[in-house]
Ligand binder design. Structure first.
Ligand code: GLN
Length: 517
């Protein structure tokens, strides 16, 4: 059979997609199960009372949310060095394997009932996710031949695995962590990731040669890279070690602020480098400018979206009535709304874009991102209403958070899966490997900001929430409008270049006609 001969390119074995999708689907599913499951416990564990059933760490809400932000930021920032290591040393397939093992070790470390190893566990998850998350997204694209139309749908299937995984995580990890004991929850995340590692090892052969080899280069250069990677890793171990033994310490909020500035500078340097030194053509520069605009939109989006694990989780804990028919549900279960809504609405959104496309009305990327931001603004308007209600009645029903998550999910669907594939489609050819790094850098900055904004929102209980959320609504609306203007500018630019091309062609034809006469 043809499919036996060629494991990837023309293979339609998995719902019309290459077999390798099976491997990637389940690896990403388990990885996201562990990531989101654990993340749902993180702030609750850090802020939990130190005495009583299921004792937490008793840290302040501001500190806990800043640490949460730094953690989310680090996870996504590490995708950049992770991509570099795959490109130059390991190849993507091996990088994913090493990453998956390190993540599992991280969650198992968190499962130990010790406070001393808490940051070590988080650090391991950060490093492992850096090796896994971006590289697995790259392999998805490499399962298809260049120009294969199925790739878009391939990323949609991949997005499903992310959400099935996070749903499992919220369901299982939150239940065990909140109802039995935090470390049971962390342990469950570890077990999930171990399933992921096992199935990856077993089914890795289905990936064939997709993104298996690192870039070709002289052996001496590779050895040099390996040497410097080892030196960097050793330096990181020393810094982490000094942190763990309390020799260096930091104020979480201050660190998060510096980290935001650092990440922004990294993004600035990266975009500037590509614009100025990468020798891009006019079209590539146009595309890069488009990506920059999307990047800014994505940062803003994630700064609100990722508050599901910080401020919104704390709101759920303190001001929401979680009693359903006599059973008090785990706080993390409310976050199930997001993946469930994704699975329901992703096909509807995809169908809608296609239908609009047929009518020639498919909104451009900046406009879709603007829609994403408007939904985010709406979601926080609902929260402001819920906060006002909570001031009157102490605890509100779960419906407010559910509506908030529904609106955020609609926003996510207008922005996130589309952003992922836009970054692979519009990246300058030579830099495609690093483009996921850049896409996830937006998640990194958004993630840290979500911790900082969440901290500001809850610094004074209910009183301080509305001003912060109002500020966010303002910036979502403003950015949304800017994106629409930029979208219009692009449409104008494109039709103008189109016109220019046509005029040039016409001139050429006229001059050849004149010559021949
Ligand atoms: N929910 C998506 C995922 O986990 C996107 C997250 C993000 O980029 N911040 O992959």
């Amino acid at each position: 059979m043809a499919m036996q001969k060629n494991l990837t390119a023309d293979d339609t074995w998995f719902f019309g997609h290459p077999k390798g999708m099976v491997t990637l689907f389940f690896t990403e599913m388990w990885e996201r199960m562990s990531y989101y499951g654990m993340r749902a416990l993180l702030v609750l564990y850090m802020t939990g009372a130190v005495t009583g059933f299921n004792p937490g760490l008793g840290w302040s809400e501001t500190d806990a949310q800043a640490i949460y932000g730094i953690y989310v930021g680090m996870v996504y920032f590490m995708v950049i060095p992770g991509g570099w290591l795959a490109d130059n040393i390991f190849g993507h397939q091996k990088a994913v394997l090493i990453g998956a093992i390190i993540i599992a070790l991280g969650h198992i470390t968190l499962a130990l009932p010790l406070t001393e190893t808490f940051f070590l566990g988080l650090g391991l998850v950060v490093l492992g996710t850096g090796l896994l998350k971006g590289n697995i997204s790259t392999i998805v694209g490499r399962l298809y031949k260049e120009g294969d139309e199925r790739i878009q749908a391939g990323y949609t299937i991949f997005y499903m695995s992310i959400n099935i995984g996070s749903a499992l995580g919220f369901l299982i990890v939150s239940y065990l962590g909140e109802k039995i004991g935090w470390h049971w929850g962390f342990g469950a995340a570890g077990v999930g990731m171990i399933f992921g590692v096992m199935q990856y090892i077993y089914f890795k052969r289905l990936l064939g040669g997709a993104a298996n080899e690192p870039n070709a280069m002289p052996e001496s250069q590779r050895n040099n890279y390996i040497k410097w990677s080892k030196i960097t890793a050793a330096a990181m171990v020393v810094v982490i070690g000094l942190g763990l033994f309390g020799i260096i310490s930091f104020e979480p909020k201050v660190f998060a602020e510096y980290f935001t500035v650092f990440l922004t500078i990294v993004a600035f340097i990266y975009f500037s480098y590509l614009f100025i030194f990468a020798g891009l053509s006019k079209t590539e520069k146009r595309n890069l400018f488009l990506l920059l605009v999307l990047f800014v939109g994505a940062v803003a989006f994630w700064s609100g979206f990722d508050q599901s694990g910080s401020s919104l989780s704390l709101f759920a804990k303190e001001f929401t009535d979680l009693n359903i028919l006599g059973y008090v549900i785990p706080i993390g279960w409310l976050q199930l709304a997001n993946p469930i809504f994704v699975v329901i609405f992703a096909p509807i959104f995809a169908g809608m874009w296609m239908q609009l496309g047929r009518l020639n009305l498919d909104p451009s990327l900046p406009i879709k991102f603007a829609i994403g931001l408007f939904f985010m603004a709406l979601s926080f308007m609902v929260m402001i209403y819920a906060v006002q209600l909570a001031m009157e009645v102490t605890t509100v029903g779960i419906q407010w958070l559910l509506i908030t998550y529904l609106l955020q999910t609609w926003g996510e669907l207008a922005l996130s899966p589309i952003g992922l594939s836009a970054f692979s489609k519009y990246a300058p050819k030579k830099y495609i490997g690093q483009m996921f790094g850049l896409w996830f850098l937006a998640s990194a900055i958004g993630g840290v900001l979500s911790g900082l904004l969440g901290g500001d929102a809850l610094v004074d209980g209910l009183e301080s929430i509305s001003p912060v959320f109002e500020f966010m609504i303002d910036y979502y609306v403003l950015l949304g409008i800017i994106l629409i203007v930029v979208g219009a500018f692009f449409a104008f630019f494109d039709s103008y270049s189109d016109l220019q091309d046509k005029v040039k062609k016409l001139e050429k034809r006229i001059s050849t006609l004149l010559k021949s006469n």
